[in-house]
Design a protein around this ligand. Structure first.
Ligand SMILES: [Zn+2]
Length: 495
């Protein structure tokens, strides 16, 4: 990660050295603003998380309602379209593909006889509507820890020893080297079942990056039963690896692997508004929050299956809408302020990826991006989680803002765990200073409680939602963004 040097212009010192009388007045003003912001947040979350919005699943009526609401509120506040694309005002199309696994099987041919692996021991996943590999030679690559030679796997089916946390990258490498399919060995039939169940639920991918590769999963026990002398091959490869760390072992066996997938094209949208600044050449500030959620995600047969996503992420969307209103009133600001509602975050930051791939302004013009995700968990006065600390030149400004708030900073280890699990990551990877400042990530017990109960379930409802921390965070962002949107308040060094 490259860091740029920066300079913070002298801040208005008044806020830090107020007299007793003025500070009483400040406290009263704060309480007034707190109450107003709390009311606005509560009202907007209630709309976005209502049953009428159908859980905000991409490509549904829930998407249309959500985008209509956001556009209307932002227009009312005085914002204009931020897509910078006259053909698509406000809504930047994001091409998605949904896949639902239909069927698949693995047949091994050893010394002329065929073995069809039982469905409880094998499953096949692909993004392709219909995929077939026939008569392909099998090659055992072990855990492929040191990588393998392309010549050894190209055009073949690689059998990979699964290793928690490491298999996806190693599988991708094998495909890069020309493997036509990869069979990953797993330990239990439960792993097969959960892979099949999750592939059997509709999931979204970016149309530009649908994975058509054929990935089969087989239990180690079934492989050992199907291929006579399997344990001997495993030992043989271990011996070979002592001589050559990229060795593989060709097996005198072939595979027939097939799978079919129900695949549909869906056009979803990122919603993009803009509060024009007086000096847009000085760059832009971005506020973002994902608007999408799962629609129905409860268990079949449950009375309430609708996943309203009140905290995740009606709360974040409400926060950027209310901030847009406040920033419009306190403007004009020097820099443009963009407001982005991303789609399909829940399936892997897809809308944020699409924004970063096809941004409405050059990404290097964004001086700071503030993401809001699941912001309403902690009560007033709690510690502030800072995700992205150490990754951008914004650290000193954030430290000052936290100090000004009189609150503590939460655990850095806790915040760090969420760095790659939020939309800002798609921007940060491309050099955009993107951070999250939220009390929701400052209190480990509360966060864990949410994650183990309401998170991604039909219970993420507005009832019992805690707004105090979110409102404090919102007011903190307001002054921080006012500062960052001002050329005098914040100037990244010339690149
Ligand atoms: Zn989520």
């Amino acid at each position: 990660m490259m860091f740029t040097r920066f300079r913070i212009a002298a801040l208005a010192a008044a806020a830090l050295t107020v007299s007793g009388c003025a500070s009483t007045q400040n406290a009263r003003d704060f309480e007034t603003q707190f109450a107003l912001a709390q009311t606005a947040l509560a009202e907007d979350i209630a709309v976005l998380a209502s049953d009428e919005f159908l859980g905000r699943r991409p490509g549904t009526e829930g998407e249309i309602k959500t985008l209509d609401f956001m556009e209307r509120e932002l227009k009312r506040a005085g914002l204009v379209s931020g897509t910078n694309d006259p053909a698509n005002p406000w809504r930047a199309p994001v091409g998605l593909v949904t896949t639902v696994a239909q069927s698949g099987n693995v047949i091994l041919t050893i010394e002329g006889s065929e073995v069809l692996l039982d469905a409880s021991d094998a499953t096949v996943l692909t993004g392709s509507s219909r995929a077939l590999v026939e008569g392909a030679e099998l090659v055992y690559v072990g855990s492929a820890a040191a990588g393998v030679d392309a010549d050894a796997v190209s055009g073949k089916v690689a059998i990979l020893q699964g290793e928690p946390g490491k298999s996806p990258a190693r599988r991708a490498k094998l495909f890069d080297q020309g493997a036509i399919a990869v069979i990953t060995l797993v330990e239990t039939q439960n792993s097969i079942l959960s892979l099949r169940n999750s592939a059997g639920r509709e999931r979204f991918q970016l149309a530009s990056s649908v994975d058509d590769a054929i990935s089969a999963y087989v239990t180690r026990a079934a492989m050992a039963e199907a291929i006579p002398g399997w344990e001997g091959y495993v030992e043989q490869l271990e011996e070979l690896l002592k001589e050559n760390s990229s060795a593989v072992l060709p097996l005198s066996a072939t595979a027939r692997i097939e799978a079919s997938t129900d695949r549909r094209e869906v056009t979803s949208h990122n919603l993009i508004g803009k509060l024009p600044g007086t000096n847009p050449d000085a760059g832009a500030v971005l506020m973002l929050a994902h608007w999408d959620h799962f629609g129905e995600c409860g268990e079949l047969g449950d009375e309430d299956r609708l996943c309203n996503g009140a905290a995740d992420n009606a709360s974040g969307v409400a926060a950027i809408i209310e901030l847009a209103r406040r920033l419009a009133r306190s403007g004009p600001h020097d820099r443009d302020i963009y407001v982005l509602g991303t789609t399909a975050e829940e399936w892997g930051l897809l809308g944020a990826e699409a924004f970063a791939e096809n941004p409405p302004l050059p990404l290097d013009e964004i001086v700071a991006a503030f993401n809001f995700d699941t912001v309403a968990l902690a009560p007033r006065g709690g510690a502030i989680g800072f995700i992205g600390e150490g990754e951008t030149p914004l650290d000193p400004l954030v430290a000052q803002a936290i100090a000004n708030s009189g609150r503590d900073q939460g655990s850095r280890i806790l915040a760090e765990q969420f760095l790659q699990r939020q939309d800002g990551w798609a921007l940060l990877q491309r050099g955009v200073p993107a951070i999250v400042i939220s009390s929701a990530f400052g209190d480990e017990d509360r966060l864990n409680d949410y994650l183990s109960t309401r998170y991604h379930s039909a219970d993420d409802e507005i009832e019992g939602m805690e707004l105090g921390g979110a409102v404090e965070d919102l007011l903190l962002h307001q002054s921080l963004i006012e500062q960052v949107a001002s050329v005098e308040g914040y100037s990244p060094a010339a690149k």
